[in-house]
Write a protein that binds this ligand. Sequence first.
Ligand code: BES
Ligand code: ZN
Length: 621
Amino acid sequence: MKFLNLTAMAVVMVLTACQTSPEKVESVETEKSVKDLHSNSNFNSVGASHVHLNLDINMDEKLVSGNAVYSLAADHEATEIVFDTRSLIIDSVTVDGTSAKFSLGEEDELLGQSLSAEIQPGAKQVTIYYQTTEDIPGVQWLSPEQADSDMPFMYTQGEAILTRSWIPIQDSPNAKLSFSASVTVPEGVIPVMSATGSGADENGVYQFNQKNPIPPYLIALAVGELEFEAISERCGVYAPKALIEASKSEFADLEKLVQASEKIIWEYDWERYDLLVLPRAFPFGGMENPQLTFVTPTIIAGDGSLIALIAHELAHSWSGNTVTNATWDDFWLNEGFTVYLERRIVEAVYGEEYGAMHRASGVAELMGTLEDLGMDNPDTKLKLDLTDRDPDDGMTDVAYEKGALFLEAMEAVVGREEMDKFLRDYFSDLRYKSIVTEDLLDYLTERFGAEKVEAIGFNDWVYGTGLPESFNLENPEAFGQIDEMLEGLKTGVTPEAYSMEGWNIFQSLYFLRNLPADGPESMMTDLDNEFAFSSSKNSEILSEWLKQSLKKDHKPADKPLEEFLSSIGRRKFLAPLYRAMLANPRTNARAHEVYQAARSGYHSITTNTLDDMMAKDKAES
Ligand code: BES
Ligand code: ZN
């Protein structure tokens, strides 16, 4: 049974009233023996509280080698410990300093191989000596040219289940541990990690420490020729030389965002908040690696307009990195809470009107996703069923946007003041824990009573497909004027009559996304002449323009399209563009050619998605 320790909760409430971070309290019981279908490890019987990594990074051979030293949790009775590995070579294992017997399980394409080592009950330390192999999914190695640098570059990406390909580990988000590392790199490059760095020691070995327990998917490392610029005392940005100045000004609001988050939740509990600007191949917009958010260079627009993405990754410092989904079926707990917080942060820093447009833009994307998936597709539930599937395949806008809408629905029922109190308590009561959706339900029921939970519509939101009937979608006022312009375009008003002056990114995107399907023939050419979309420095605007151009078969966009596809690796941009190219008979064959030429520069996460798409297209033609 789960219960809340109310005294401890009261202590937390007092402590959080002033938004300082709470004392650690063991106040809430969570589901203890949750099964994580994406890990073969036995973390429920014996787990580690800390790992120290001794790593040598060989940039020429594209290999990581070294050892992982696990401190086991006290008082266990286990006679074996099981880790996850994927494509790793295990050289040897020692337990409390003595060589131990180990064996590797059968290789599974998705989950990898289990590594089981014999231990004695009460054993304290397990050390695994290992090396990585070529072409592993959790590390991307880039040539100097691909990194736009004089030196090669490497970085890791752990979420969801890829850390096991560069560290033998109990790779479940429910098996949290702190970590430290000693990292050796060649001359001319430096390592950075999701941890506090204390520089190189007298032997030139770089030292890192992450004091908070984190899920394995958040252990991250990047090595390259990097510069650093401070933005405030605790915030700064790492970037390649060519981008460091632009990055510093793009992200000038970083400290402001952290302060706004602290007002909404509680004190930022990690030692620093820095950004790392990655090479163009990075498959995501951002990845919330603790203390060091990894970001795509495609958010450097020159005007700070894509900063909401930073608000998102920053919000993960609480949702996801402090309170974590215990299984990937509960992914919405990470992303839904994060999008809700992201919106609150954006609203607090940039105002209500801007916030409303930011929100509307997200909701519109959700509507598109729901339409694509179909309203009764099981993947439109918040609680997913990823049995026998790659978690990556079930992760859609639903977890993000529908998850955030659920929290908005909750706010509408309890009121903002109660919502804010709830947020503070949730993140402090459950601090450093991993929870499943049902833990949240228990927590809400305990706090608000079953009736309120019913009024919020928890079951409909979480276990139902599509959207609850009660949900209604309204466009904010600010888009009204754009609707009129779009109407005008349809009837032949030429774009010179219009001005986009003073528009923010959400207004521009709304305009582009809703261009009339049946406008005059010259519409696209006229629009590009007037607004120069095809040479936009803003990646969101450019990608939307290219998508519209494909839909409308606007041939002059072919060249900028191919350039874009060959120069960036962000899946969110690539997948819809390749899909649109395949759908147009004129560009179908070219899509395959461009993809084959560009493929080696993309991350495995991106090629996984695109390989499937290309294969399906071939099978259908
Ligand atoms: N945690 C995600 C990225 C992720 C999700 C990696 C699932 C691997 C598996 C990150 O916080 C994220 O959501 N990034 C978004 C941007 C955000 C503003 C929606 C992205 O990369 O597009
Ligand atoms: Zn996220």
